[in-house]
Ligand binder design. Structure first.
Ligand code: ARG
Length: 569
């Protein structure tokens, strides 16, 4: 049950108008407090305190009210009956949205033949949690891994391979795709090709021109370049899939990126031309997305660059067109680095002006940077910018060290699960927009606001449940302790928290909820022994019932964050 909603609706019904129901920090005076008398006072022309006193007997009639009292200028505190709490607390279950939406989510968006960088961590973690939450609330979601598999980097990589192996038949214009080619691409090497080629292109104008020429021919369908591309694409897709598994994120509904979008450039261009939206500018073709009301200059959106090639801009607009045809979404949400904000502002305007998709149904959730202690983007020990795998490896090392220190013996799988939880939880508990400092030792601590603490609490509770071998049926005539009462009230706040995390686009609300829940679970654990021999059977049954509800709730929160509960810890 969503207790807050239940109580709020009941009060509004009773009084015949909408009041606000707050949850006080300190529960000593009540579980909730309402401003009903302040609201009512305006129409009644009465003093709020006086009116509050008139409302008290009415509110006392509600089935869940144990006690009501007036506070301050006219707030009403409400204490909920213990038995009502015990009888009505339920474990969370899949919800059905009042207004179910179809939501396209664009996250991950990895690049071909470029190792995943640290920024891809946040888009994956936050995007995936958002996807899980939206589904849990009853929305229909489609996740799009908008792969960078088309533009300039492809030209550079092909040009680089041509430099290394000019003898390969792929570079001949009359290449026959059926030709068997005796050439193995080294997976590790592949990730170096793009950075090497990109660096060279900055110094060597000839190489740069060659890469550009190749890119244009590749996009126009050169059979040899395409065959070579398909080979490194396959390797990259495998790497991406491994990452998806390694990060324990849901498989993408579509692994379709720029190349797929490019198929839709033609119909989109037709629309843009009909609306006279494309202008020539220094050989390039641009869309003007400025508005008179802009305070800052908004550069034009690049439809084709001066060589006539597709761009990140044009494929993104074509991707919107494709998604509209494919899913007809009510909203499209992008998760990328904050630094891409301008690009998305331009895209949303261009889509709106062309009538392809309305501006106000787009959303860009931009996240901050993961920094080291020096406040600069996190680097590995050898001073290189950290990649996504580096971050996970570093967390694995930190957990391994901690576990060794504590004398525990945990298998490798468990250590990986804990390390991943450390990284993901730490990401989710930070406000999406802000940068944060990545401190491997802090985030892997088994205490405090960390992933390991959350998992540890779940593992310990689960082990009690398993040992108890009980049926966890609802107890009657059971008297709650304060710890039990507080825990159950928190469980009944799950739905409201998830709804509000979704509405506020705030994954940190879920992470903080999980932490608060764990604190209450641990208070309960320490003060309300369950399996001790001297505990009477009825108390044991009551506590087991509560422990099971708590576990199911925590497990659901853990799942929404994309973490896994290990068997032991
Ligand atoms: N591939 C891009 C990157 O790695 C992110 C793409 C985001 N999605 C999009 N539709 N532009 O930075």
């Amino acid at each position: 049950m969503n207790l807050h909603k239940y109580v709020s609706d009941a009060i509004n019904n009773k009084l015949g108008f909408e009041a606000k129901l707050d949850v006080p920090k300190n529960r000593d005076f009540g579980d909730f407090s309402t401003n009903a008398a302040m609201v009512g006072a305006k129409t009644a022309g009465k003093n709020p305190r006086e009116l509050a006193n008139e409302y008290l007997p009415l509110l006392k009639e509600l089935d869940f009210v144990a006690d009501v009292s007036v506070a301050g200028p006219g707030f009403i505190n409400i204490k909920i009956k213990d038995d009502f709490i015990l009888q009505n607390t339920t474990a969370p279950k899949q919800m059905s949205a009042e207004k179910p939406l179809t939501i396209d989510l664009d996250y991950g968006a990895y690049n071909v033949a470029k190792s995943l960088h640290i920024g891809h961590l946040r888009t994956s973690i936050v995007g995936d949690t958002f996807n899980r939450v939206a589904k849990f609330l009853g929305h229909k979601t489609f996740s799009w891994n908008h792969i960078g598999d088309w533009g300039k980097p492809m030209g550079l990589i092909i040009a680089w391979i041509e430099r290394l192996h000019p003898e390969l038949p792929y570079f001949q214009d009359n290449f026959d795709p059926k030709t068997p080619v005796d050439y193995e691409i080294d997976e590790k090497e592949l990730n170096n090709y793009y950075p090497s080629a990109s660096a060279l292109s900055k110094e060597d104008a000839e190489f740069q021109a060659r890469a550009q020429e190749i890119k244009a021919k590749f996009q126009a369908g050169h059979p040899g370049y395409f065959a070579l591309y398909e080979r490194f694409l396959a390797i990259s897709l495998r790497t991406m899939n491994n990452t998806v598994k390694r990060l324990n994120i849901l498989p993408f509904d579509y692994d379709l990126g720029e190349r797929n979008a490019a198929k839709y450039l033609e119909p989109v261009e037709k629309i843009l031309r009909e609306k006279n939206m494309i202008f020539e500018d220094d050989g390039a073709q641009i869309i003007n997305v400025k508005r008179d009301t802009d305070n800052a200059p908004i550069p034009p959106y690049m439809w084709r660059d001066s060589r006539g090639a597709d761009t990140y801009d044009s494929t993104d607009l074509a991707a919107v067109y494709c998604r509209k045809l494919t899913d007809n979404p009510d909203t499209i949400i992008y998760f990328t680095d904050l630094r891409q904000s301008l690009h998305f502002e331009q895209l949303f305007r261009a889509a709106d002006m062309s009538g392809i998709y309305p501006y106000d149904k787009f959303e860009h959730i931009g996240y901050g940077t993961i920094n080291g202690k020096d406040g600069k983007p996190f680097k590995t020990r050898d001073g290189n910018a950290a990649g996504l795998d580096d971050i996970i490896d570093i967390a694995n090392e930190a957990v391994t060290a901690r576990v060794a220190e504590s004398g525990k013996k945990l298998d490798e799988e468990t250590i990986k699960t804990i390390a991943l939880a450390a990284v993901k939880f730490n990401d989710l508990i930070h406000d999406v927009k802000s940068d944060y400092i990545f401190e491997p030792s802090a985030i892997t601590s088994f205490e405090g606001k960390t992933g390991p603490y959350i998992l540890y609490t779940a593992v310990r509770l689960n082990s009690i449940l398993k040992r108890a071998n009980a049926d966890f049926s609802k107890p009657y005539g059971y008297t709650l302790t304060t710890e039990e009462r507080n825990l159950l009230i928190e469980i009944m706040d799950f739905e409201r928290t998830i709804l509000s995390a979704y509405e506020n686009r705030a994954t940190d609300m879920i992470a903080n909820y999980a932490y608060d829940l764990c604190q209450l679970i641990n208070n309960f654990y320490h003060n309300c022994p369950i399996l001790r021999d001297d505990i009477p059977a009825n108390i044991k049954a009551g506590r087991l019932y509560i422990a099971k509800l708590a576990f199911d709730t925590l497990a659901t929160a853990i799942d929404l964050m994309g973490l896994k509960i290990p068997r032991e810890m």
